[in-house]
Ligand binder design. Sequence first.
Ligand SMILES: Nc1ncnc2c1ncn2[C@@H]1O[C@H](COP(=O)(O)OP(=O)(O)OP(=O)(O)O)[C@@H](O)[C@H]1O
Ligand SMILES: [Mg+2]
Length: 353
Amino acid sequence: MSLFRNWMSGNDVVGLDLGSATLKAVQLTSNGNTFRLEKIGYLALPEGTVACGDIIDALTLEAAIRELFEKEKFRAKSVAFAVQGDQVFSKKISLSAISYEELEAQLPMIAEQYLPHPPDDLNLDYHALSTENSTAQSVDFMLLGVKKKFLKTFISAIQGADLKPAFVDTVPSAISNLTEYIQLPPEPTAVVHVGAAFTQVIIFVNNLYQFHHTFDFGGHQITETLREKLHLSFTEAETLKMSTYKEKNLPENTKEIIEVACQSFFENLGQAFNLYLTAFPQAHIEKILLSGGTAKIPPLLEWTAQHFGCEADILNPFTGLDISEKEFNPLYLEDLAPIFSVACGLATRSKNT
Ligand SMILES: Nc1ncnc2c1ncn2[C@@H]1O[C@H](COP(=O)(O)OP(=O)(O)OP(=O)(O)O)[C@@H](O)[C@H]1O
Ligand SMILES: [Mg+2]
């Protein structure tokens, strides 16, 4: 077993968000309570580099990381990255009468009890949680088990690009980090991060993480449906999806196909909310904040608000950052905002230096 959070090397870190469609990187610097945006960059990953959260083509990933850092001239050489899908198991646990030293020593035993995967196959770690329930007598923490094979492959790709691993988060915990500089409403607020393969639902109360759930839905599913129904290649279907709400001459039924493909999003999201309400029966979701590349499908916001009968908005992870308008065009940032939530959350790890 190795505790990978001990990597932190004292340098600034770049938040590196690896998805099935895109690789995103953000560097923030912290001065006390504020964060300043230093750099952002992203590039599309060749199809087949990453699938379902796993790295399929490590050499292509290594080349992409190198290309992104060289293209955008990121100064920091340490990276914080996130894990998702079948590569990670996590569980929020509250234990009484235990010190952090004892917790560390007992992690394999705790993992055996709480995680649905043999601990020998996992690198184990935990993140202390500051929740409303934490007291001097009890420790609230997120137990984390990442598949050793995945971690080894990702670290080799990072090192192969002449960078150093500094910190590992899960995608939900990376998004939770955004509350370091974004103040969410006190009422239950769901951040719904819809990428290419996964949707992550993270619920906050009083700006504190309370619940998360992940399901398989993302932009790839919509593209696949368009591809199948309109007999297109994946690339043609992806291009059509991106231009649907800008172009007039569309193949028949394009908008209807997208709307039907989104039904499984609403079903799964409804189930996630039901799980939350089972765990917290008094709660009521007051607001939904959409994030991730798929949040850029224009009508998704309105459909979501209508479906769940609550307020919905786009989460902009650049809000609350100190940003030079000379360096970053505000319209450019607003357009890219949804895809950078996880990378921004990871980049807040810089302040631990
Ligand atoms: N303007 C747009 N209109 C519609 N869909 C878009 C737009 N821009 C990006 N997308 C979709 O967003 C998805 C990529 O988003 P994102 O970068 O958040 O995913 P990812 O992090 O690579 O995936 P995951 O984390 O789920 O593996 C793709 O499916 C892409 O087609
Ligand atoms: Mg993603």
